[in-house]
Design a protein around this ligand. Structure first.
Ligand code: AMP
Length: 234
């Protein structure tokens, strides 16, 4: 199996990063690493990290860079990341982007064929009004995190997952007052991350306002074009 290397998905909350990350993950057999999901798991299982991050998350604020970078570092050392991985929701601040660059350059691939592979960075653009509709309408299944939208992609039966029959819920931070806070955090802290990658010529932008299948197509084309084919040449 070929190496794919690191892929970073950037985009506002509601841009479709989670949906697209799952598809890329299935296509290439590499893990999706969602920092939001990892933090929610920590809260669910009552870990120390969960206790440290719970309040900031409930307010829609970002969690401290140190805590998130340590968590990502630990995850990237797992063996399933060797051929590549998709980061979804990370980096979210310029400091996290700098940390990731240093980590990938010096540590991560030192023993693999992919030596110092820079990430392919994809920004999914969606306009503000569409984001609001997506976020306020989003419902998530409790069992497996399958995602629906009451306006755009409703389940067959209200509040029930089509795929596993579990209950659909509104994520804690998908409430309107928190959504505004999250969009502000994105504009203030994450937008500079996109500028950082743009200035180093590494940013690929896709139109996230298109239907999900077309967005996936654009992303897969970019990954192939940007040389996801590495060391072993296949
Ligand atoms: P998400 O599921 O990606 O929308 O993330 C949900 C929440 O988790 C965010 O509003 C933040 O509170 C926290 N979070 C997720 N990823 C990060 C990150 N890379 N840096 C800081 N906080 C994060």
């Amino acid at each position: 199996m070929r190496n794919i290397g690191p892929i970073v998905l950037l985009g506002s909350p509601g841009a479709g990063k989670g949906t697209q990350a799952k598809r890329i993950s299935a296509r290439y057999g590499i893990p999706q690493i969602s920092t939001g999901d990892l933090l929610r798991e920590n809260i669910q299982f009552g870990t120390k990290l969960g206790a440290q991050t719970k309040d900031a998350m409930a307010r829609g604020e970002l969690v401290s860079d140190n805590l998130v970078c340590d968590m990502v570092q630990e995850r990237l050392h797992q063996p399933d990341c060797q051929r590549g991985f998709i980061l979804d929701g990370f980096p979210r601040t310029p400091a996290q982007a700098g940390w990731l660059d240093a980590f990938l350059e010096h540590k991560f691939f030192e023993n693999s064929h992919a030596g110092g592979t820079p990430p392919i960075v994809i920004l999914i653009n969606v306009d503000y009004n569409q984001l609001l509709r997506r976020l306020t309408g989003r419902r998530t299944c409790v069992a497996n995190g399958h995602i629906y939208n009451v306006y755009l992609q409703p389940p067959r039966v209200d509040e029930v997952c089509d795929l596993d029959g579990s209950k659909l819920v509104i994520r804690n931070d998908d409430r309107e007052e928190v959504i505004r806070e999250r969009l502000t955090a994105y504009e203030q802290q994450t937008w500079p991350v996109a500028q950082y990658y743009r200035s180093t010529g590494r940013l690929v932008e896709v139109d996230g306002g298109l239907p999900a299948d077309q967005v996936t197509e654009q992303i897969l084309e970019e990954i192939e074009r940007r040389g996801a084919v590495t060391a072993d040449g296949h």
